[in-house]
Design a protein around this ligand. Structure first.
Ligand code: SF4
Ligand code: SF4
Length: 393
């Protein structure tokens, strides 16, 4: 297993995210025998970075981490946990949650500790409740070895976050699809310029890049018949020099074994392999609901509409809807909301200038209307109707 040290000590390049463990029923019902066997095999394979959080598996991930990891020598593993900003309303919550996390994880310190899910709407909370300072004091007392954050917002917000405090590392959503589509490239650049190591989350975009569609899979298989589609995505993320570790939320032993193979030893992508990924990405985009390849030939729109971004967001939303993903609506609301007003699909005036420029012959004004309409529908209050139970009273 490849290890990397960017100043935080050596961590395995593959990190084990304890958020999609095998279950026997609901999310809190972790299939312990299966999950423990995976942890044991990961450690035997050289994985030393394990990542849990307060809300993973409805609160059971931390308990599982404590039970599974405490069976192994403490020198064999590093544990990352997170302060759930979304669960904090007062100062005292921070100490209460942190103490509970130590107890659940059966540790007396965390190797890595993150402010979980920083976004524009909670960044004020960090200073308002002195959360960074509180965790900094815990670091001085040896309860935290390295203090960082995980992030879900725009590059502008990320600039604010890293300018406000001296974080030792940042966790970003980064994969070859989001590299352009979700500003991952810009976010990575912001951290790399400051020499802040990056922990990668969602390297296979929630599983999408493990099966990116028939044509894309064919391109990847033609280049290397033995390599799984997921392995390309992991290698893409880990080939970036400021990436410290790449997290994988593994739910099956077969995934773990495939990932161990990818990183033992790790081979960075060659220039030729990068071209292969780029071809696969183009094929993947073509197979999406709107076959936009993000070539940007249609740009610039005279009204300022960010056509490929709107279509990318809409494709993500449509894919998640078809998978009945609970975050689909939130994704559309959030990502569309992050665009400046003129960039949004709703600013399209249907002039048609962009249509003949598109090599995919996409009816761009039509789809701008669809994106704006679906976003509007999500933003409207529910229609007035009989309250549940009203007629029966
Ligand atoms: S049709 Fe809409 S998106 Fe295309 S150039 Fe005109 S305003 Fe811009
Ligand atoms: S030209 Fe067509 S395929 Fe290319 S970015 Fe614009 S809409 Fe997408």
């Amino acid at each position: 297993m490849e290890k990397r040290d960017l100043g935080l000590g050596p961590t395995s390049l593959l990190g084990f995210g304890l958020m999609r463990l095998p279950v026997t029923g609901g999310p809190s019902e972790i299939d312990k025998p299966k999950a423990m066997a995976m942890v044991d095999e990961a450690i035997a394979g050289g994985v030393n970075y394990f990542d849990t959080a307060w809300m993973y598996h409805a609160g059971e991930s931390e308990n599982f981490a404590g039970e599974a990891l405490s069976r192994h020598d403490r020198s064999k593993w590093l544990l990352a946990d997170k302060m759930p900003l979304m669960s904090i309303t007062r100062k005292s919550d921070v100490d209460r949650i942190f103490s509970e996390q130590l107890r659940k994880c059966r540790v007396d310190y965390f190797d890595f500790y993150l402010l979980h899910g920083i976004m524009g709407n909670n960044v004020g909370l960090i200073d308002g409740l002195g959360i960074y300072e509180n965790l900094g004091r815990k670091r001085e007392r040896g309860l935290i070895r390295h203090l960082g954050f995980s992030f879900h917002d725009s590059p502008a917000v990320l600039e604010r976050v890293v300018s406000a405090h001296d974080y030792e590392f940042g966790q970003l959503q980064l994969n070859y699809y989001d590299w352009e589509n979700q500003d991952a490239a810009e976010q990575y650049r912001i951290l790399a310029e400051r020499k802040i190591p990056v922990m990668v989350m969602e390297p296979v975009q929630g599983g999408t890049l493990a099966d990116p569609g028939e044509e894309a899979v064919g391109i990847l298989r033609a280049a290397d018949p033995e390599a799984s589609p997921a392995s390309w995505a992991f290698r893409y993320a880990a080939s970036l020099p400021y990436v410290q570790t790449v997290l994988s939320g593994m739910g099956e032993m077969s995934q773990l074994r495939d990932n161990l193979g990818t990183f033992s030893p790790f081979r960075p992508l060659s220039d030729g392999e990068r071209r292969t990924v780029s071809e696969a990405l183009t094929a993947f985009r073509k197979a999406s609901r709107v076959p936009c390849t993000a070539c940007r030939y249609c740009m610039d729109c005279p009204e300022g509409v960010e056509i490929p971004r709107n279509l990318g967001i809409y494709n993500d939303y449509s894919r998640m809807r078809s998978l009945k993903h609970p975050m689909a609506d939130l994704l559309l609301k959030m990502e569309y909301g992050l665009l400046a007003e003129p960039q949004r699909a709703g600013s399209c005036v249907s002039c048609g200038n962009c249509v003949p420029l598109c090599p995919q012959h996409i009816d761009i004004p039509h789809w701008m209307g669809e994106v704006a309409r679906d976003h509007r529908a999500l933003s409207m209050p529910p229609a007035e109707g009989p309250a549940i139970g009203k007629d029966r009273d």
